[in-house]
Design a protein around this ligand. Structure first.
Ligand SMILES: O=C1O[C@H](COP(=O)(O)O)[C@@H](O)[C@H](O)[C@H]1O
Length: 243
């Protein structure tokens, strides 16, 4: 497994590079396999990448019909709540990507449900043995990825659980669903993007291997790529980075 850190001068450059690499990778994968499974995440940086990615779609050769979308975590709120990661990402991607409902696998919402653990169990069933070709993640300033927070129950789940409910998220909303570290690490490729000085300390700690941080524990089977900018890379030794 290879891990690389790609350093960019700022968020704009990070977004451009991440969106182009994502497109190139998906198109290349489609040349050799029928279906490509992409796991999405939420957050400010991710939404910027999706916007640029959506702009690249028309000239890319990407076949939308052979793409499946999943999510690494979700807010356990009603389907129409604008806080939902899936609503945000799909409203951006659907500008240019034509996807049928059978290709899109959002995590359950709280509509008609009260127990995020039950909803997470249903998502784990839907996921089955799916292996993500590419799994995208952001990282919070506390080193969380997806909705896995240091010291919280979801982060300490046994490898048998693929998705779990979160009822005590330190970042609102408190109720969420998240894939576990074990499920994320079934991915062939894990790409994390991190921007801004407020994440510099966690970035250095995670890349330094501090295992109490969820971000330190995620790794793709084939590849782990970190997209950082000058802000988030502030505390990194230069040997960590490819420019
Ligand atoms: O809370 C969350 O934020 C992280 C990072 O998001 P960003 O806005 O700082 O880019 C995200 O990865 C995670 O999925 C989400 O729940």
């Amino acid at each position: 497994m290879s891990r690389r850190v790609l350093r960019h001068v700022d968020l704009d450059e990070l977004v451009e590079d991440a969106a182009r690499r994502l497109m190139d990778t998906l198109v290349e994968l489609q040349a050799s396999q029928e279906t490509v499974h992409l796991c999405l995440t939420g957050g400010r940086v991710s939404n910027r990448v999706y916007e640029r990615f959506a702009e690249l779609v028309p000239d890319s050769g990407l076949e939308a019909a052979r793409l499946h979308l999943w999510w690494g975590d979700e807010r356990f709120v009603p389907t129409t709540d604008p806080e939902r990661h899936s609503l945000q990402s799909l409203s951006i991607l659907a500008r240019t990507l034509q996807l049928s409902s059978s290709q899109v696998h959002p995590m359950p919402s709280s509509d008609g449900k009260t127990d995020p653990d039950e909803a997470a169990f249903a998502y784990a069933e839907e996921l089955g043995e799916t292996v993500f070709d590419v799994c995208l993640l952001g990282m919070g300033p506390d080193g969380h990825v997806a909705s896995l927070f240091s010291g919280h129950r979801a982060f300490e789940q046994p490898p048998s659980a693929a998705a779990v409910g979160v009822t005590d998220s330190p970042v609102p909303p408190t109720e969420r669903i998240t894939l576990t570290t074990a499920a994320l690490n079934r991915s062939q490729r894990i790409w994390l993007w991190v921007s801004g000085e407020q994440k510099a300390e966690a970035t250095a700690r995670a890349l330094g291997g501090e295992q109490t941080l969820p971000a330190a524990q995620v790794a793709g089977r084939l590849e782990t790529l970190w997209f950082v900018d000058d802000g988030s890379a502030r505390d990194l030794p230069t040997y960590h980075c490819t420019f």
